[in-house]
Design a protein around this ligand. Structure first.
Ligand SMILES: Cc1ncc(COP(=O)(O)O)c(C=O)c1O
Length: 400
């Protein structure tokens, strides 16, 4: 018989206790709650396209269900999907990947998760530029690593090779790059990206390139993937990709990782003992997304291009707000420091009061490591954009 001992109630494990809840999801929930109470909310918080998933992709999912593709698949996805991903990178970037280097995941987030937890040990430092996507530091903390932030305000939130070089220490194990960036929309120019990769390769540092917004780059910028770099710069690289934004498939939860076979093997272990394969029906849909017509991507990019131009013009007319030009993704990230006064001291105060007084949701920059800024998502209709900007302007004018 075992002796009875007093056991503590629920307490999160040590690393989980150090994690923060997602501030972007919290902003979405705040907007939902306000809407449910009947308020006329303008929501610039959403980190997802306002477009519906294209019909050809939905049809592929329907057909997959009817054909009985409703069973477990291999953990890293079906051969067909893996091949479609390989073909896409070959076609678009001239990169040759082999099947042991490819795995499908439940969203780009799981690819990033897999890559971090298979690599990072307690004490390892993981570099990331500020502002960063909220999830990056949290997974690093879960893995017992230490996030190390690189300030990039001086370079307009565009990471440079020199900044990376200065941040490296003997404990640096990994860097997470994200271009186009959520939340700033900024893009690392391809030449600079290459210089960054050279610095990292010389020092044996691993890289995650989060290419979730890969296809949403505004002219004259061009789509760039780390996959297009020479193979000697890619030997410690994991690309995290996603169908969520490119094909308006956020709810389907499908993405992928491309990494050296040794790294992918370990990621498959983690995935095999957690979620197993990504949703089988979403996998069939993703094959159609890559192999089917791409005009929906061009249509969405065209819409975002128009909205972006309009929004930047409109924001520039609000005194006290200043905004770097977003070159990709679908976010503007203006500084609101110029309008903070009295008891409105932070961008968090700004966002909260804007929500209370004008029922308009923006995401405070603090969760992205950039207090003083707010993120405005323009993945919403022109009417909503126009209404929201009118409200922000009214709010700011009242502060004078
Ligand atoms: C920068 C960045 N990376 C990755 C993701 C993950 O997207 P998903 O898991 O939906 O593929 C997101 C989603 O918002 C993102 O903004």
């Amino acid at each position: 018989m075992t002796t009875k001992v007093a056991r503590p109630g629920f307490q999160p494990s040590l690393n989980v206790a150090k994690m923060q809840a997602s501030s972007t999801l919290a902003a979405m929930q705040a907007a939902d709650a306000l809407r449910a109470s009947g308020a006329n909310v303008v929501d610039f918080g959403a980190g997802e396209p306002d477009f519906d998933t294209p019909d050809n992709i939905k049809r592929a999912a329907e057909e997959a269900m009817r054909a009985g593709k409703t069973k477990y698949t291999p953990t890293g996805g079906t051969r067909v999907l893996q091949q479609a991903i390989i073909d896409f990178y070959q076609r678009e970037f001239g990169a040759g990947f082999e099947r042991p280097e490819v795995m499908a995941t439940s969203g780009g987030k799981q690819a990033i998760f897999n890559a971090i937890v298979t690599l990072v040990n307690p004490g390892d430092e993981v570099l990331m530029a500020k502002p960063y996507w909220v999830t990056f530091p949290e997974i690093v903390v879960l893995a017992g690593g230490t996030p190390v932030y690189i300030e990039t305000e001086e370079s307009g939130f565009v990471l440079t090779a020199e900044q990376v070089e200065r941040a490296i220490t003997p404990r640096t194990r990994l860097i997470i790059l994200n271009s186009p960036c959520n939340p700033s929309g900024r893009v690392i120019p391809p030449d600079e990206f290459r210089r960054i990769m050279e610095v990292l390769a010389e020092r044996g540092i691993f890289v995650i390139s989060d290419e979730c917004y890969l296809r949403f780059v505004y002219p004259p910028g061009e789509v760039f993937s780390a996959a297009s770099l020479p193979s000697e710069l890619r030997s410690r690289l994991c690309i995290a990709g996603s169908f969520s934004k490119t094909y308006a498939m956020t709810g389907w939860r499908i993405g992928y990782a491309l990494a050296p076979a040794s790294w992918t093997r370990e990621m498959l272990k983690v995935q095999g003992h957690s979620t197993s394969n990504p949703n089988s029906i979403a996998q069939s849909a993703a094959v159609e997304a890559l192999n089917g017509p791409q005009d929906s991507v061009a249509t969405m990019l065209g819409e975002y291009t128009e909205r972006r131009a309009w929004l930047l013009g409109a924001l520039s007319e609000i005194p006290g707000l200043s905004c770097n030009e977003p070159e990709g993704a679908f976010y503007a990230f203006p500084s609101v420091r110029g309008v903070l006064k009295g008891d409105m001291k932070t961008s968090d105060d700004f966002s909260r009061r804007l929500l209370e007084e004008e029922q308009t949701v923006v995401t405070d920059g603090t969760g992205f490591g950039a207090e003083g800024y707010v993120r405005i998502s323009y993945a919403t209709s022109m009417e909503q954009l126009s209404e929201g900007v009118t409200r922000i302007k009214r709010f700011v004018e009242r502060l004078k």
